[in-house]
Design a protein around this ligand. Structure first.
Ligand code: BMA
Length: 822
């Protein structure tokens, strides 16, 4: 097999005036035009509006490839294209060799009649995605509605392109065209490998013996013979196969003895084994893992639970929802993915949901998840809309689903296929579907059960199929929006309906796959897209970078409900960020304490695709918001939680829970202190206790005076010190009233910078009175702190490690915020 990867020396041509811009892959129209100086930065100010014309025009990407006689002698000559966005006619030397119309499939076009020795000219002639979607919309026999956001391209649900390119409630509308992954010319004899997928099954638990069943799909134009070798973990299967024109599927079986098991992060290691499949003229390598996964959805006394069980251990799913990490696909670099997913792992997440309005991710995304033990909940790419069920559309999606399942199936991290995001709920969002539910539910079912479920059940029958997120389970089309007896839940009442944070206590979802609270990005991020004279929360530019209609007013009204009113821009930004952390902490701590009724929380959302006010815990550019630092504590495998006002906690009572996801009980000493806001300890209770394994344990209940003045002057602080000195102590605290009603004092926080022997820079922080939501920031630097957004008490200094900075830079740029310190 000979292959030419065509990454370099591309040209983008504007069809209206033939202007040309050179580029390399991956390339999207807007990124090329921006780097060529033709359009301004689409992320700055409201430039998004100025660049809409780019999606309305046709564009050509072209390159040259040199082929020799020897290359042309091969019997299989083809052009492979993957992640082509979206509508292109593909020409080689002016012969049309194919058409693309779905960015989620891989194309392999025969080029034998078009290729020639010497120079070959390859062109992808893209037609406007905006126009194509509109044309399709006009041809519909009846409306097929989708959700609309402030800047929105119409008809996005009629084209197989990343749905959020058309605009979302956190994302810009940038309808790019482009080439993001493979363009490869390949020549081979006889056969090529189309797909390799496998299934592992433990056949003898005592001896840890596994059957590895590998399916290889081959394609050929002519007849012949080939030898297929399949190797993994020192075992080999070899067979002679007869090749006939067309597709051929071959199964090989290996028995692997005593492999090391693959575990989710926090539960064990992630050993990966190389699976190598070689035919006479082609080869594929994959990294695979040995583990069992079950998703238990069995009736219980409450309804139907939802539990991920890996290697016979029930995993509490902790994680967040993932969106494409850049609105401009040229920005999807492996480094960015590594950083985001490592940030997820560091915050003790073990599951990422690839949300249905984005994309089936790049191979490197799943490889990183395999390496880090991040389980993947994979949506099919349908979100917040009705979808058509015409035979063309369904056939197109069938190809997409089959390709994606075969492409991703070998990843040990992949644990569930989900049909879409919120499309069952969406049946009630539009007048058309409310008035004619029958029509739209039939469309829904044709696509969902008729195509997607069938593809999963045929190609990947051992993996869980989940029809929609949220849903009550297969065959249940009810709008079970807040039914906490069964299924996964999206709980949005605190954000979208303005309920208090305690509303999270009104449900115990079996698994909460979305709940979120917005905040502003950091002041330095805002300054990056806002002209100086618009640094104000209600300025047009700051409002433009808020895509949820009522977003900023929800942020401001929540600030006024919880905090004393801020006096300036920076303080508003700070409070928005800590209230976001407070909201999500409230939800996660309660739902973790309800384990095993609730067995998972995936908050909305991990990341951003441009600089914006949003629900993310990591802002565009990679900086962690206070929420992400807070997640590192509230998702830790061991955690202590203080609860009041929950249904299980009567008035006047505070309950302390110890949560332990690990397989061992952890004994230690629990210290519960009642402090005044001057830092005086007025009550202390110390007890030996133990956090039972894989449980939430009620450690103690405290009775607290209902007197408002008393509550305004005191707070609880708990510390659990494990008997095993190798395990870090756990801390948490609880205000007895909303922060604005508490007599929190302005704190004087001082710090000492040190460089440790290992070369790390550390900050030792001291305070004179209790300081809450202490947030460290180094303006303009991509710094990470080992801890942030914490409570600091007098006489209990805290040491924080700072990454990537020299002591001098810290001294100059460090800003320390805390409540009441502005
Ligand atoms: C959810 C998601 C997204 C959306 C978010 C915030 O339901 O699925 O569609 O961005 O809510 O509104």
């Amino acid at each position: 097999m000979r292959t030419f990867e065509l990454e370099h020396n591309w040209k983008l041509v504007r069809t209206t005036d033939q202007s040309e811009y050179s580029c390399r892959l991956p390339a999207d129209t807007l990124s090329v035009l921006h780097s060529s100086g033709v359009v301004p930065d689409p992320y700055y100010a409201d430039n998004e509006l100025l660049v809409q014309w780019v999606g309305e025009e046709d564009w050509i990407f072209s390159t040259e490839v040199e082929l020799d006689e020897d290359f042309l002698q091969h019997s299989l000559l083809f052009l492979e294209l993957h992640r082509i966005d979206t509508f292109s006619d593909v020409y080689l030397n002016n012969y049309k060799i194919g058409t693309t119309d779905n960015m989620f499939v891989r194309y392999r076009f025969d080029i034998s009649h078009a290729a020639r020795a010497g120079n070959n000219h390859l062109e992808l002639r893209f037609s406007s995605p905006v126009r194509t979607a509109l044309q399709r919309k006009q041809q519909l026999p009846y409306p097929v509605p989708h959700q609309n956001y402030p800047v929105q391209a119409q008809g996005r649900n009629l084209i197989r392109k990343v749905q959020c390119h058309a605009g979302w409630d956190w994302g810009p509308c940038l309808m790019v065209s482009g080439i993001y992954e493979t363009v490869r010319v390949t020549a081979s004899e006889l056969e090529r490998i189309e797909a390799v997928h496998h299934h592992v099954e433990c056949i003898n638990g005592t001896e840890n013996t596994w059957r590895l069943q590998v399916t290889t799909e081959l394609f050929a134009h002519e007849s012949g013979h080939s030898t297929l070798r399949v190797e993994c973990a020192g075992t080999l299967s070899e067979q002679e196969i007869e090749i006939n024109p067309g597709r051929l599927q071959v199964t090989s079986e290996l028995v692997v003895k005593d492999p090391q098991l693959w575990w989710p992060s926090g539960y064990g290691e992630q050993p990966l084994y190389e699976l190598q499949v070689t035919s006479s003229h082609d080869a594929v390598r994959q990294k695979i893992g040995f583990r069992t996964v079950e998703v238990l959805t069995e009736p219980d006394e409450r309804g139907i639970g939802m539990v991920f069980r890996v290697n016979d251990r029930d995993i509490f799913a902790k994680g967040a929802n993932w969106i494409p990490p850049d609105a401009l696909p040229s920005g999807h670099t492996a480094e960015k993915y590594e950083d985001l997913l490592e940030s997820a792992r560091q915050a003790h997440m073990n599951m990422i949901r690839v949300w249905g309005g984005g994309q089936y991710e790049y191979d490197f995304f799943y490889e990183i998840c395999d390496q880090k033990g991040l389980l993947v909940w994979q949506d099919f790419m349908f979100a917040c809309a009705m979808y058509p069920s015409s035979s063309d559309f369904l056939a197109n999606v069938r190809g997409e689903a089959e390709f994606q399942i075969k492409r991703l199936k070998h990843h040990p991290s992949l644990v569930l296929w989900c049909g879409n995001n919120e499309d069952i709920g969406a049946l009630t969002w539009f007048e058309e579907s409310r008035n004619n539910r029958d029509r739209y539910i039939i469309d829904y079912d044709r696509l969902n059960e008729g195509v997607l479920a069938q593809a999963v059940k045929t190609i990947d029958p051992h993996r869980k199929w989940w029809s929609s997120s949220p849903s009550a389970g297969e065959g249940d089309y009810s709008d079970c929006w807040h039914d906490d007896s069964k299924g996964d839940m999206h709980y949005w009442s605190v954000w979208h309906e303005g309920q208090p944070f305690e509303a999270y206590y009104s449900v115990t979802p079996r698994l909460c796959s979305e709940f979120g609270f917005q905040s502003f990005p950091s002041v330095s991020s805002i300054k990056g897209y806002t002209p100086q004279d618009q640094l104000n929360i209600t300025s047009p530019v700051v409002e433009h970078h808020q895509k949820n209609d009522r977003g900023n007013s929800i942020i401001i009204s929540t600030i006024s409900r919880y905090f004393r009113f801020p006096s300036g821009f920076e303080e508003i930004v700070y409070l928005s960020r800590i209230q976001q952390a407070m909201a999500i902490k409230t939800a996660v701590e309660y739902w973790r304490s309800r384990r095993p009724l609730c067995m998972g929380t995936l908050y909305w959302q991990l990341n951003d695709n441009w600089p914006v006010a949003s629900w993310s815990s990591i802002e565009y550019g990679g900086a962690w918001k206070p929420l992400h630092y807070s997640a590192k504590r509230f998702y830790a495998p061991l955690h202590v939680v203080l609860l009041k006002d929950a249904p299980e906690t009567p008035d006047g009572q505070v309950d302390v829970y110890g949560i332990n996801d690990s397989g061992q009980a952890v004994a230690g000493e629990l210290e519960v202190n009642l402090f005044t806001f001057n830092g005086e300890m007025v009550q202390q209770q110390i007890q030996d206790t133990s956090l039972a394994s894989e449980s939430s344990t009620l450690l103690t209940s405290l009775s607290v005076s209902g007197d408002e003045t008393f509550r305004s002057q005191h707070f609880y602080f708990v510390r659990f010190s494990p008997a095993d000195p190798k395990i870090d102590a756990l801390e948490n605290d609880l205000l007895l009233l909303r922060p604005k009603r508490c007599s929190i004092k302005p704190a004087k926080i001082s710090f000492r910078i040190q460089t440790t022997r290992a070369g790390d820079v550390t900050l030792e922080l001291h305070t004179d009175v209790p300081a809450f939501h202490v947030v460290l920031e180094c303006a303009g630097s991509p710094v990470r702190f080992s801890g942030n957004d914490f409570t600091l008490l007098p006489n209990r200094p805290k040491t924080v490690t700072v990454s990537a900075l020299k002591p001098e830079d810290i001294e100059e740029n460090l800003r320390i915020h805390s409540l009441r310190n502005f």
